[in-house]
Write a protein that binds this ligand. Structure first.
Ligand SMILES: Cc1cc2nc3c(=O)[nH]c(=O)nc-3n(C[C@H](O)[C@H](O)[C@H](O)COP(=O)(O)OP(=O)(O)OC[C@H]3O[C@@H](n4cnc5c(N)ncnc54)[C@H](O)[C@@H]3O)c2cc1C
Length: 326
């Protein structure tokens, strides 16, 4: 049963910040993750602040400099179906389209997707795991088939978002408002590695709100894509996924940003893949090197070694597809 809490419907960003400044509270966006966590006692909240009445947090806007600004309350469905995003930032459109189910994409928001809590079954159980203030990560020696192969050490979750790796590859920036000021943080730095602090997922302070995501102008030669493998054909989280944003000069790779999902507690930058393809044509030998580089340094747990060939296959498939695009 959902526990009792005070519900406040903020009328503006300033009003939401004033409520957060006044007392500890949790943000309610679409509620698709928050309400389940409260119901299951993963954490508690005395006050819940809804952002749903704040018009300026909703919508996708093109700016004069070619950038795109997406309000934090924009639904995932709107991102998946927006024509300008599909044309300029394919990876983002593709990632949004494979999030959960149509109902969850309609109700779930961009801000909520980035700030959602881990899906680890130990974290979501009654157990007091390290991330919830306990002594240890139960996945390390437990049922770890869906856990990380990179960046574990203290806590072995994988970051659940499909959208975060796509935004990271595209160089997106998160705009954050707090009581005294606003700040901008690259998506890559917005999510906190488990090795840095296994008790927090983002750099947000308790009195801060994500207001929008800014995508830099899509320069000429940019091609991007996102693909994930899931256990079930219907809605499911990624067990392995790859987001690519590659700038081509003719058929040469001028620059590459590659992030893995289902791999680590944060979207994992695949530096080996980036190095293997930058300055090269995507021929068969280069793609084979990139696929091997993708899993260099991986430290699979007892039950998730199957992810390694999945990542190699995804990198191969994605690079072969992207080199063939106009
Ligand atoms: C069955 C199921 C399957 C799913 N499958 C996938 C999947 O395949 N891929 C995927 O990426 N996701 C998946 N999800 C997660 C889903 O995308 C999230 O539940 C959703 O994006 C959360 O959005 P929301 O607006 O409902 O957030 P809420 O539930 O309202 O909030 C989630 C968290 O974010 C915080 N928050 C929300 N907005 C802000 C903000 N603007 N500023 C600061 N903090 C904020 C809240 O306080 C809360 O802690 C799945 C979820 C479910 C329930």
């Amino acid at each position: 049963m959902l526990p009792r809490f005070t519900y406040a419907r903020a009328t503006s960003i300033d009003n939401a910040l004033a409520i957060l400044d006044d007392r500890p509270a949790m943000i309610h966006a679409g509620g698709t993750d928050l309400l389940g966590c409260l119901r299951d006692g993963i954490f508690s909240a005395d006050t819940v602040v809804s952002l749903s009445a704040i018009q300026e947090l909703d919508g996708i806007r093109s700016a004069a400099d070619g950038s795109i600004r997406i309000g934090a309350m924009t639904s995932i469905a709107d991102i998946a179906t927006d024509a300008s995003i599909a044309r300029r930032y394919e990876a983002l459109a593709q990632a949004a389209a494979v999030v959960a189910s149509p109902q969850l994409r309609n109700q779930g928001t961009l801000g909520g997707n980035l700030c959602q809590k881990p899906r680890c079954w130990y974290y979501r159980s009654d157990l007091d795991c390290l991330r919830k203030g306990g002594e240890k990560c139960f996945a390390y020696e437990g049922e770890n088939q869906y856990h990380c192969i990179f960046g574990g050490d203290l806590c072995y979750i994988v970051h659940p978002s499909d959208i975060a790796p796509a935004l990271a590859a595209l160089g997106a920036v998160c705009r954050i408002s707090g009581p005294a000021s606003s700040r901008s943080v690259a998506i890559e730095s917005f999510l906190v590695p488990a090795t840095e602090d296994p008790k927090r997922e983002t750099v947000l302070e308790v009195d801060e709100i994500v207001t929008e995501i800014v995508l830099p102008p899509a320069g000429s030669g940019l091609r991007s894509s996102y693909r994930k493998v899931r256990e079930r054909g219907a809605w499911d989280f990624a067990i392995a996924g790859v987001a690519l944003a590659i700038v081509f000069d003719g058929d040469m790779v001028k620059s590459a940003d590659v992030f893995l999902s289902g791999a680590a507690p944060i979207p994992w930058r695949a530096t080996g893949v980036e190095a293997a393809i930058t300055g090269k044509k995507l021929d068969a030998a280069t793609i084979a090197k990139a696929a091997s580089a993708c899993i260099e340094g991986a430290e699979p747990l007892a039950k998730n070694g199957y992810k390694l060939p999945l990542f190699e296959g995804l990198v191969t498939e994605q690079l072969e597809a992207i080199r063939g695009k106009d």
